[in-house]
Design a binder for this molecule. Structure first.
Ligand SMILES: Nc1nc2c(ncn2[C@@H]2O[C@H](COP(=O)(O)OP(=O)(O)OP(=O)(O)O)[C@@H](O)[C@H]2O)c(=O)[nH]1
Ligand SMILES: [Mg+2]
Length: 266
């Protein structure tokens, strides 16, 4: 059994920075995790790259040879990955053993989890390889300065949840940039009524019915709940990691193993 985090979220929401901070944190506490780069356009890394999609396909080559733009090129790369799940990915995964913990740093194009089936097939492959997977969805804290942005961020997260059908943790990243701490509580665990009132206040009256349906939808999936991530605080990273570990039952097997050796047994 392996463990995996699939780190997704809108462009620039802090996914790669989160991965590198997580790596640092784990090093500090003497725990091993492996970060995998799934972004064919990424160039600089603050973490040791354990596996790299760029070894399979290069975005530059795709754009040049197929005359695609950066986003079309990315979709092409991800489809190529999908076609190579059984060879390239399987071979790479063979380097890891039971109990290994992988963190997948994904590209920021939300198409990848909103309507392209690629990530879904990727996840199915990992499941067949016996991985327990948690989706970690990052939303930039700057989204809470504007309720319309916040709702659209929630909808993107919701669409990933519905598509991927995995344990799912929402994170509000870049907490160091939040000035108005008073607003914060309203967004980490918001009251649907408060969100709706805010949304109605921001938008023209003809949208009231739509706003109500949107908030009801988000509320029914109990989606709007975010964990704050403040990279300046070790305790913040530690807390988030413990929540994710919980979702994928990491560490629980270890407890069982210890119990197996209970001296009272014989
Ligand atoms: N202040 C602050 N800035 C951050 C934080 N995390 C990331 N950033 C900045 O936000 C920008 C984007 O960060 P990345 O980690 O590259 O974001 P990403 O989600 O990996 O971006 P893409 O892979 O391009 O979608 C960079 O300039 C980071 O330095 C944070 O916790 N606080
Ligand atoms: Mg990135």
């Amino acid at each position: 059994m392996g463990y995996a985090q699939l780190v997704i979220g809108p462009a620039g929401s802090g996914k790669s920075t989160y991965c590198s901070s997580l790596h640092q944190h784990c090093e500090t506490v003497g725990r091993t995790i492996h970060i995998v780069n799934l972004d064919p356009a990424a160039e600089n890394f603050d973490y040791p790259v354990a596996m790299d999609i760029r070894e399979l396909i290069s975005l530059d080559d795709v754009m040049e040879e197929l005359g695609l733009g950066p986003n079309g090129g990315l979709i092409y790369c991800m489809e190529h990955l999908e076609e190579n799940l059984d060879d390239w990915l399987s071979e790479e995964l063979d380097n890891y053993m039971d109990d290994d913990y992988l963190v997948f740093d994904c590209p920021g194009q939300i198409e990848l989890f909103s309507h392209v089936p690629m990530l879904k097939n990727f996840v199915e492959h990992l499941k067949r390889k016996n991985f327990n997977i948690c989706v970690v969805y990052l939303l930039d804290s700057q989204f809470i300065t504007d309720v319309t942005k916040f709702i659209s961020g929630c909808m993107a997260s919701l669409s990933a949840m519905v598509q991927l059908e995995l344990p799912h943790v929402n994170i509000l990243s870049k907490m160091d940039l939040v000035r108005n701490k008073r607003d914060l509580e309203n967004y980490l665990n918001p009251e649907p009524k408060t969100l709706l009132a805010e949304l109605n206040r921001r938008m023209a009256p003809q949208f009231e019915k739509l706003n109500k349906s949107l908030i009801e939808l988000v509320d029914q999936y109990s989606m709007v709940s975010f964990l704050p991530l403040d990279l300046r605080k070790e305790s913040s990273i530690q807390y988030i990691l413990s929540q994710i570990d919980n979702c994928i039952q990491y560490g629980e097997d270890a407890d069982v193993k210890i119990k197996d050796f209970d001296p009272d047994d014989d």
